[in-house]
Design a protein around this ligand. Structure first.
Ligand code: HEM
Ligand SMILES: *[C@@H]1O[C@H](CO)[C@@H](O)[C@H](O)[C@H]1NC(C)=O
Length: 512
């Protein structure tokens, strides 16, 4: 019996030879046509520049860009990439020429998990993606809808404050990472699915596993002839995961269908909204418009779950860590909130618009810790020449948002420092106008959940800081708190955050 690995090794030799011949041939050809490619490091056969990525690709790519410039060529496996590392270049690719890069590449895992690109996040550019995107921005993520779901955020955050008040009575060290993760999961699951706990299955665990699978590196996506062998077992794992998720979503959707006529006591959630527009034409002005069916609904739900939870939780984790490292900033923030709210009640969402310093703190945190450091990959839809460089159809685009936010040419010498005051005279616009810092991406593919994400993050931070004073555990000082990150679909802190709350309001939320 041949194992997959043996076949791979026997397959390697002739293919390597063929590959080398091809590279030689094409190199010659490229020189004669004067197709200038952006500069980049030399490539190895088969793997290209994959060996340069390391464990924290955003950092490795930033280093490379210092040598090769803000627009570089790299090759991962067989696939050519352009990597963007400055705000000027980002504007060129995501605004001026955005239409060429408004598509996403297909990958094996995401094809399987999204029911064959039936969702939004990884679908290729075209009428289907446009319809689904419009449907979601209008019906699920508009400012009006975000406000409509406000009571869920208030209630869940209230529950957390109560349990933290209890912890503060006994001076307990709180696992902040865990508390925030649970809070965001409860908020988002209630908004999307109607509830966050099920007896029959472990929804949270399943989605966390799916996130890991989704974010894992699949060699077959870069060396396509390997895909038939599934040497990492990822295709099998994705199929299994997709089946489990489908079973769970079926149960949840059926539960909604059966309850619509009977009891209307619970909040309306994303599933109710999607079911109410199922089979309707999404875009009335557009003849080609698609109607969504049950499969589309499941794919959209998965996208929204995967897009909303880890991102929001990680932004809160990073912001909270920086506040603990900068007690003065924490104090300023508490003062700003107390001036408006007093010390006898909790923060309400409608207070948020008065907190200028809070916005500065969150902007500064998003600048240093864009939780999607390389955004989501784009794919060039047709060959184009930009800034004198020829970029071939199907080339992939990586935008290093992490490097852009830390560019000393834009953010001055203290770019690596957490310093919210730099935003005193600058209000960030994440809807596509500013390119100095792009934590939500930009252009047609920018994050459609910006408003929901920002409201959630601001509200949680404001409440936690207003209701409690926070201290680090005795063995950690503000200057030695570990700030290392772990790479994934959304980057979290490498180490979990722990802190000790002490309740600071003059009212007892546990006896209200
Ligand atoms: C603070 C939290 C968030 C951050 C930092 C964030 C960041 C991002 C980034 C960097 C992208 C890729 C943009 C690009 O390629 O240019 C993205 C796309 C996306 N995000 Fe978010 N996001 C956040 C919250 C949310 C929320 C709350 C939702 C949904 C409910 C969401 C849903 C999506 C979806 C569906 C896409 C894919 C859009 C498309 O391809 O058309 N995100 N997000
Ligand atoms: C803190 O919470 C995380 C989950 O967010 C968990 O993995 C970790 O083990 C917890 N740490 C401790 C010391 O309980």
């Amino acid at each position: 019996m041949f194992s997959a690995t043996t076949i791979t090794i026997f397959g390697f030799l002739p293919i390597t030879l063929a590959y080398l011949l091809c590279t030689l041939f094409f190199h010659k050809k490229e020189k004669t046509i004067n197709n200038k490619k952006p500069p980049g490091p030399p490539t190895l056969p088969i793997i290209g520049n994959l060996h340069k990525l390391g464990n924290l690709p955003h950092r490795s790519l930033q280093l490379l860009s210092k040598k090769y410039g803000p627009i570089m060529s790299l090759q991962f496996g067989q696939i050519p990439f352009i990597v963007i590392s400055s705000s000027k270049a980002a504007e060129l690719f995501l605004k001026t020429h955005d239409i060429y890069f408004a598509s996403r590449p297909k990958s094996q895992g995401s094809e399987i998990m999204s029911y064959g690109s039936k969702g939004m996040a990884i679908s290729e550019y075209g009428p289907y993606w446009r319809s689904v995107r419009k449907l979601c921005t209008l019906n699920l993520l508009s400012a009006l809808k975000v406000e409509m779901f406000g009571p869920i955020r208030k209630e869940e955050l209230g529950v957390l404050v109560k349990s933290l008040e209890k912890a503060s009575l006994v001076g307990e060290v709180v696992n902040v990472s865990e508390a925030v993760e649970n809070l965001i999961e409860d908020i988002m699951y209630k908004m999307i699915l109607g509830r966050s706990k099920y007896e029959q299955f472990d929804l949270k665990g399943l989605i966390q596993e799916a996130m890991v699978l989704f974010g894992s590196f699949n060699v077959a996506d870069y060396v396509p002839w390997l895909s038939a062998f599934d040497i990492q077992g990822l295709t099998r794992a994705c199929k299994k995961m997709s089946k489990s998720l489908d079973e769970v979503l079926e149960v949840i959707i059926t539960e909604h269908e059966e309850s619509t006529n009977v009891e209307k006591t619970r909040h309306e959630d994303f599933i109710d909204i999607l079911l109410s527009i199922m089979h309707h034409n999404i875009d009335k002005e557009n003849e080609q418009s698609h109607a969504i069916d049950r499969t589309n609904i499941k794919a959209i739900l998965l996208d929204v779950i995967l897009g909303a939870i880890d991102t929001s939780a990680n932004v809160i984790g990073w912001t909270f860590s920086e506040l603990l490292r900068h007690p003065k900033v924490m104090k300023n923030l508490q003062n700003e909130i107390e001036k408006e709210v007093g010390n006898k009640r909790m923060v309400e969402e409608k207070d948020l618009k008065k907190f200028k310093y809070l916005d500065m703190v969150i902007d500064e945190s998003l600048r240093l810790y864009p939780v999607g450091p390389l955004l989501l990959p784009r794919e060039c839809r047709e060959s184009v020449t930009i800034d004198g460089y020829f970029i071939k159809e199907k080339t992939r685009l990586i935008v290093n948002a992490w490097a852009i936010g830390r560019d000393p040419n834009v953010w001055s010498e203290n770019a690596e420092e957490f310093y919210p005051e730099r935003f005193v005279d600058k209000t960030m616009n994440y809807q596509g106008q500013d390119f100095e810092c792009i934590p939500f991406g930009s252009g047609r593919r920018r994050c459609p959940g910006i408003h929901l994400g920002l409201v959630t993050v601001r509200f949680v931070i404001a409440q936690l800081v207003h209701c409690f004073n926070w201290e680090l555990p005795s063995n950690i000082t503000p200057s030695n708190l570990n700030m290392e990150e772990k790479f994934g679909l959304s980057i979290p802190r490498a180490q979990h955050l722990h802190a000790i709350p002490s309740y600071r309001l003059a009212c007892d939320v546990n006896h209200e």
